[in-house]
Ligand binder design. Structure first.
Ligand code: GRF
Length: 207
């Protein structure tokens, strides 16, 4: 069968970019037929940007300016994404809430990873929330982004047990191991056309 053109992806980051790295690695190993067309950060100093540059991936910094509305920022973001012909937007530690301007430009084509088993512990400091609540299991969730905070249709989840010795730091580490496994896997499923969203449920159709 002829190889299809790699799907163009953008990865949006604000920080260290370990999930970006996991995705780059899987693509370079030839497991995902995608091309990271650009990495966009809202922070000029994000380590994720140097990871991208080391792999020859174009980078863009889009910082917010004083008095700018979130929708205005998102309109600029959409412009950049269209310029690169992006088909899938991967949020990897991007510390901004998206508005409908972004969501309507990429319906069911924006993914996020959250460090908890949604719908439990949405929002910030999910690992601390889980530890303080006393749950025995937490984990991570890859989901499509809708207009709520961490509320979109769930694609994949992985479970991490919490032991009596765990701290926020150790739980975060264990969750990241799982994130680096399931996030590239979710991207791979999207790229090969295996994800079908039916209301809240994401059907995985294996080829
Ligand atoms: C991850 O823990 C993810 O769950 C959250 O942001 C963090 C990003 O980490 N959304 P990194 O920048 O990929 O290392």
């Amino acid at each position: 069968m002829p190889q299809q053109t790699p799907l163009k992806i953008a990865v949006l980051v604000s920080g260290s970019g370990t999930n970006l790295q996991a995705l780059i690695d899987r693509i370079e190993q030839g497991d995902i037929n995608a091309n990271i067309a650009c990495v966009i950060s809202n922070k000029a100093e994000a380590l994720a940007l140097s990871r991208a540059r080391q792999h020859g991936i174009p980078t863009e910094v889009l910082e917010s300016s004083a008095g700018q509305k979130r929708s205005e920022y998102d309109a600029l973001l959409v412009k950049i994404l269209h310029r690169y012909n992006v088909r899938l937007v991967v949020l990897a530690g991007f510390m901004r809430i998206l508005t409908d301007v972004m969501i309507s430009a990429f319906p069911n084509a924006i993914m996020n990873i959250h460090p908890a088993l949604l719908p439990a512990f949405p929002g910030l400091n999910a690992q601390r929330q889980a530890l303080e609540y006393g749950v025995r299991f937490t984990g991570c969730t890859v989901h499509f982004v809708d207009s709520g905070t961490d509320t979109g249709p769930i694609i994949l989840q992985a479970v991490v047990p919490i032991t009596a010795e765990d701290t926020v730091a150790t739980i975060s580490e264990k969750i990241q191991v799982e994130e680096h496994r399931i996030y590239p896997e979710a991207v791979r499923l999207f790229v090969q056309g295996s994800l079908k969203v039916e209301e809240r449920r994401v059907k995985i159709q294996l080829a």
